[in-house]
Design a protein around this ligand. Structure first.
Ligand code: AHG
Ligand code: MN
Ligand code: MN
Length: 338
C-alpha cells in the first residue's frame, strides 16, 4: 500500500507553490522533528527520567509551569530557533518573544502553545502542542511589534499535535485540513485523515460548566437551551469536556458541535490566548468549513493588542456557532424554547 508521509505531503505542497524558496518546507520539517521528540517524551512520562510534576516556576499567565511544559517549550524553541527559517518565536510560556540572532533569521514568525492541557499531564489524559506561522510583514531585518501582533487571517499555516491514544499531527496551510497519524515503530506521520471537513451541525457541547456561577445570563441561557429536548434540532446535546483544548477541539472537528470558553466574572477576557490557542484553532476550523467567534466577532479578524491577549472562544460547526452567536446577542432568545 502506498502511504503519504507528512514530509512528502509538505514537499509536494512546496513544489506546487510558485516562488517557494523551500524555507517553509524546512520550517515544517523542523516542527515535525520537535513534535516527535515531545511525543516520545510524553509517551515515556512516568518511566525513565522524572518528567512528571512541577518545575516550581510560575509563567506569564500566572500558572504553575510543569516539567513537560518546559521540556516542550525548550525542544520547539531550540530546534526551530536554529532552523534559519524564522526571525521570532513567541510562546505561551515566555513573557517576551525570542528574537533570533541576525545571522540565523528567516522570514517567518513562529507562535506556539508548546504544551496544551498541562493540568492533564499527571493523570495520563490527552495533551497537545499548538502552533501557528505568520510571515514577517515589516520591511528590513528588524522584528517589529506589527510582525508579532497580526490578525489571525494572516496566518500562513497552523496546526496541532495531539498526544492521545495515538499521536496525530493536524495541519492546514492554504489547501485544506489534513490529519497525519504517527506510526511509532517507523517514527513517521502518515496521512490518515485527508481533507477534514467539520459537520454542518453536531450534537455535542463542550464547556467547563463548573464556571456557570460566573457566566452572564445569555451564556447560561445558551447552555440551558442545548440541554432541552427537541429531536428536530438534535437536542438535548451531549456534554464532553476534557480540559485540553487540543483534544476538545479535535473531537469537535471530527464529530461536529461546539466548544466554548466564554468570558466570565473570573476571566473577563476569556481564558484562552489569542495568538497561541484561539487564532490557530480558528484558522484550522474555517479551512474545514467551520466557524470561530468571540460570541460576536470572527476570531480571525481580531488584531491582538498584546502578545499574550486572551479572548472568548466559540468554535465548531457553522450552525452551532451561529446559534451561539444568535442567543448571545439576545436576538435568538424569544424564538428559542428555554
Ligand atoms: P494550557 O495547558 O496551555 O495552559 O491550556 C489550558 C487551556 C486549554 O487547554 C483548555 O481548553 C482550558 O485551558 C481548560 O481550562 P479550565 O481548566 O479552566 O476548564
Ligand atoms: Mn493551552
Ligand atoms: Mn500551554
Amino acid at each position: 500500500m502506498q502511504r503519504t508521509t507528512l514530509v512528502q505531503y509538505i514537499r509536494q505542497r512546496g513544489f506546487s507553490t510558485p516562488g517557494a524558496t523551500g524555507e517553509f518546507t524546512s520550517l515544517m520539517n523542523e516542527i515535525i522533528v520537535a513534535a516527535k521528540i515531545v511525543s516520545l517524551e510524553v509517551n515515556r512520562a512516568g518511566i525513565g527520567e522524572d518528567i512528571l510534576g512541577l518545575t516550581g516556576k510560575i509563567n506569564i499567565q500566572g500558572e504553575e509551569v510543569q516539567k513537560l511544559d518546559e521540556f516542550a517549550d525548550m525542544t520547539f524553541t531550540t530546534i526551530i530557533g536554529q532552523s534559519g527559517t524564522v526571525c521570532a518565536i513567541c510562546s505561551e510560556e515566555r513573557d517576551e518573544p525570542l528574537i533570533v540572532p541576525k545571522t540565523d533569521r528567516g522570514k517567518y514568525i513562529f507562535m506556539m502553545d508548546p504544551l496544551d492541557g498541562s493540568s492533564n499531564i499527571d493523570v495520563n489524559v490527552g495533551i497537545g502542542s499548538i502552533f501557528s506561522i505568520y510571515r514577517k510583514v515589516s520591511e528590513g531585518n528588524e522584528v517589529h511589534d506589527a510582525d508579532l501582533r497580526q490578525p489571525g487571517h494572516k496566518q500562513v499555516a497552523a496546526g496541532y499535535v495531539m498526544y492521545g491514544s495515538s499521536t496525530m499531527f493536524v495541519l492546514t496551510t492554504d489547501q485544506g485540513v489534513h490529519g497525519f497519524t504517527l506510526d511509532p515503530s517507523l517514527g513517521e506521520f502518515f496521512l490518515s485523515h485527508p481533507n477534514l471537513r467539520i459537520p454542518e451541525q453536531g450534537s455535542t457541547y463542550s464547556i467547563n460548566e463548573g464556571n456557570m456561577e460566573n457566566w452572564d445570563e445569555a451564556q447560561k441561557h445558551l447552555v440551558n437551551h442545548l440541554k432541552v429536548s427537541d429531536p428536530a434540532t438534535r437536542r438535548p446535546y451531549k456534554l464532553r469536556y476534557i480540559g485540553t483544548l487540543v483534544s476538545d477541539f479535535h473531537r469537535t472537528l471530527l464529530k461536529g458541535g461546539i466548544f466554548m470558553y466564554p468570558s466570565d466574572k473570573k476571566s473577563p477576557e476569556g481564558k484562552l490566548r489569542y495568538a497561541f490557542e484561539a487564532a490557530p484553532m480558528a484558522y484550522i476550523v474555517e479551512h474545514a468549513g467551520g466557524r470561530a467567534s468571540t460570541g460576536s466577532q470572527r476570531i480571525l479578524d481580531i488584531v491582538p493588542e498584546k502578545l499574550h491577549q486572551r479572548v472568548p472562544l466559540f468554535v465548531g460547526s457553522p450552525r452551532d456557532v451561529a446559534l451561539a452567536e444568535n442567543i448571545l446577542s439576545g436576538k435568538g432568545r424569544s424564538q428559542q424554547p428555554a
